[in-house]
Design a protein. Sequence first.
Length: 403
Amino acid sequence: MSDSVLLTHLKAATMVDTASGYGLIKDAGIALEQGQIRWVGQIHDCPAEIAKLPTHDCGGRLVTPALIDCHTHIVHGGNRAQEFEMRLEGASYEEVARAGGGIVSTVKATRETSEEDLLEATLRRADALISEGVATIEIKSGYGLDHDTELKMLRVARAVASARPINVSTSFLGAHAVPAGADADSYIDDICIPTLKTAHAEGLVDVVDGFCEGIAFDTAQMRRVFEAARALGLPVKLHAEQLSNIGGTALAAEFDALSADHVEYASDADAEALARSGSVAVILPGAFYAIREEQAPPIAAFRKHGVHMAVATDWNPGSSPLGSVLLAMNMACTLFRLTPAEALAGTTRSAARALGFSDRGTLAAGQRADLAIWDVTSPAELSYGIGINPLHKRMFGGQFDAD
Ligand code: NIG
Ligand code: FE
């Protein structure tokens, strides 16, 4: 396709922040030029110079910004089906972790898997997301917990963006779990922070993340990681308040985090703090569902305080083996009562914000031409279907994927 094109015969869910939710334009046109959106509007308002562009008929379909999965752990070795069986027999996620399963068992598998094999497995997962109209993914390290494997994971994450038409934001998650037999404080100071510095020097880190929880790191330990991130000029985000409230969300807000993720146990005051810092609450219904959590995130408090809510898969081998962002949207609606408009904002505009991107996530002039064209008549259908993929075509940087 040429560099400039006018998409016609479509409905646009622009996801521009308006009261109506979707920023819907019926009888819309979208002009694209050099990988960016040049114009969006009602086709009959189309300026004369745009009307001269070659056209592409979208057949009356719905066009949205391409989806963004802003929280994944798709670089990992092995799987944890055995733990799934243990949990079905009554063990809790926390009990499995304390018994040496959980994250630490994926660490062993990830250390033992070659970089080449890790990349191959990761590309299969990225392809599943691409097939649902995803154009930007976040990928975390955190299953290495040693210098070499953390760097290996981040190199694999970067390699995904070279091997596929997708943008990748990497998060250094060295503070994901305490390695077997290690002391948490020494691990943070002697391994995690020095590894972060090397990974940053090699250009492998976009954001710094951590797991602030009773079974992982406390706020004092996370504070040291965040201070190191700040010294390197890197933004932060945090797995916070997933299983209990130990102050992670407040810490994240204090460091102007891009996001606090999970946040099931966040309080009203935590929601207020996130609103003040402009941090996004990333809702992860896959983990809530898979480990049968009972405490839902405080959606009403997030709405009351005007906290941006994103929705993501949290695709990982333990707590959320969920490879579908559309299903995450459905679960966010069904389990947490998000509206379908909130769920779609959660995988477009707010997901972009959770990664610090202002050039994607809406259909507006100047944004990247990352689009999804859907065989649906209304945007609510994207959240309504369960295990249904209505993607017609995806466009990445102004180019349609090959059929
Ligand atoms: O986001 N909460 C911590 N980290 C992952 C779990 C990873 C795992 O169980 O392997 C999560 O749910
Ligand atoms: Fe996670």
